[in-house]
Write a protein that binds this ligand. Structure first.
Ligand code: PLP
Length: 443
């Protein structure tokens, strides 16, 4: 009997024993095409020798040094490399072990920043209803995904959730994408004014929404207007790129494509590419200087922050993304994937929308294409599709979510950046077969 506490208590899962390129292999020798990179993690694919060699070399040199006493060479080098390529005036990197730790750290840093600026009344966070910021209790309070939150209410933080930027469902008839983007951003201003501007510490959002909604990109101009609104009321902008960052959308940081720079940026997943658990929070010089010239101490920390082996892995991953020129590849292959999905599912009666950026793509599943009516949750479409795809040798990321009490199903695709055209074809074939298994002859 297994003593592992699995996520799904009754799931019978094969044992993974190997990984090669875009494939994972189980103990029976079955090969699964990793069409979602796990959860948008494995950006370099499996078995990347440069990364594993870097990890081994670091282990041989130094496995651990507590950051309360010492820094380490890979942590310093990775911070420098990230800042060299980071947008705006992001200037400092705080390493953590994953995405939830990055968003938790961001929330605490924003709070401490205002306390040290002598404005402790700025304690409120605004986030969006269509969002996921992690599973620790603070990060969960920030996220808007109802089904993940429901058992843990009343949660901890003073967070209000505003409407997302969700063109597929919210853009009005006759409204251009740009007009919608500006209108959607005004929800932030309304909420700031409702709460009182000087009680708000920060607005937190994912540039391209991942797990809650399946790669929903912002409408044009949305984030630029959000940035303007934050600046107008002196509120910090925290962008959560845990899923959409590190090249996934075709630029190292997703927000580059929207022409905005946040005050705090969270990354994880693709930073370690699955080779090591690592995340990071980048913050502006102004925030760092406030803490440095105030208490001089960020009141936060975990034992494994800035871990030498994890940062050595992150360094090898970021170097691989840049040195192998993978970002143009992500844009090119992302366009091929979008085309393949449109060719295969563009007229599918249960596909409402196919969207995304780079190799971060989402398919929204609906009961009725014309009315956009979602499936009844009791049909458990996402869960069934995940199982059917797996049986067909495809790992993809179907999820259901609830926003404002309304249910929705979608499939997230985030294959490794090294996926070939033939493998993109295999991915769409296997997904089509799984859709047919679940949705029958309608496929
Ligand atoms: N933020 C976003 C946007 C995410 O997608 C996730 C995970 O899916 C997290 C935060 C939490 O990251 P982790 O699971 O590494 O704690």
């Amino acid at each position: 009997m297994s003593h592992v506490f699995p996520r799904h208590c009754h799931a019978e899962m094969p044992t993974a024993v190997g990984g090669e390129g875009v494939f994972l292999i189980d103990s029976q020798g079955n090969r699964y095409l990793d069409g979602s990179g796990g959860a948008a993690v494995s950006c370099l694919g499996h078995g990347d020798r440069e990364v594993t060699d870097a990890i081994k070399a670091q282990l041989d040199r130094l496995a651990f040094a507590h950051t309360g006493f010492l820094t380490s060479e890979p942590a310093e080098a990775l911070a420098d490399l990230l800042i060299e390529h980071a947008p705006g005036d992001l200037d400092r990197v705080y390493f953590v072990s994953g995405g939830s730790e990055a968003t938790e750290a961001a929330i605490k840093l924003a709070r401490q920043y205002w306390v040290e600026k002598g404005q402790p009344q700025r304690s409120r966070l605004i986030a969006r209803r269509q969002s996921y910021h992690g599973n620790t209790i603070g990060a969960l309070s920030a996220g808007g995904n109802e089904w993940r939150r429901q058992q843990f209410g009343p949660l901890l933080l003073d967070v209000s959730h505003i409407a997302p930027c969700y063109e597929y469902r919210e853009r009005g008839d006759g409204e251009t994408a740009e007009e919608y983007g500006l209108r959607a951003a005004e929800a932030l201003r309304e909420e700031i004014l409702r709460l009182g501007p000087d009680t708000v510490m920060a607005f937190m959002a994912e540039p391209v929404v991942g797990a809650t909604a399946g790669a929903v990109p912002p409408a044009p101009g949305y984030f630029q207007r959000v940035r303007e609104i934050c600046d107008e009321y002196g509120i910090l902008l925290i962008l959560d790129e845990v899923m959409c960052g590190m090249g996934r959308t075709g630029s190292l940081f997703a927000c580059e494509q929207d022409g905005v720079a946040p005050d705090i940026l969270c990354i994880a997943k693709g930073l370690g590419a699955g080779y090591q658990p690592i995340g990071a929070m980048l913050c502006s010089k102004a925030i760092y200087d406030t803490i440095a010239s105030g208490s001089g101490f960020f009141q936060h920390g975990h034992t494994y922050i800035g871990h030498p082996v994890a940062t050595a892995a992150g360094l090898a991953v970021v170097r691989a993304i840049l040195d192998r020129d993978l970002l143009p590849q992500v844009r090119k292959k992302g366009a091929s994937l979008q085309q393949a999905l449109e060719a295969r599912f563009g007229q599918h009666p249960h596909v409402g929308d196919i969207r995304g950026r780079g190799l971060f793509r989402g398919i929204e599943l609906v009961e009725d294409r014309a009315t956009k009516a979602p499936f009844d949750p009791s049909r458990k479409i996402a869960a069934r599709l995940k199982k059917a795809a797996f049986a067909r040798g495809l790992i993809c990321y179907p999820m259901s979510g609830t926003i404002d009490g309304k249910h929705g199903d979608h499939v997230l695709l985030a294959p490794p950046f090294i996926i070939s055209d033939a493998e993109i074809g295999m991915l769409t074939d296997r997904l089509a077969a799984a859709m047919e298994d679940v949705l029958g002859s309608d496929s």
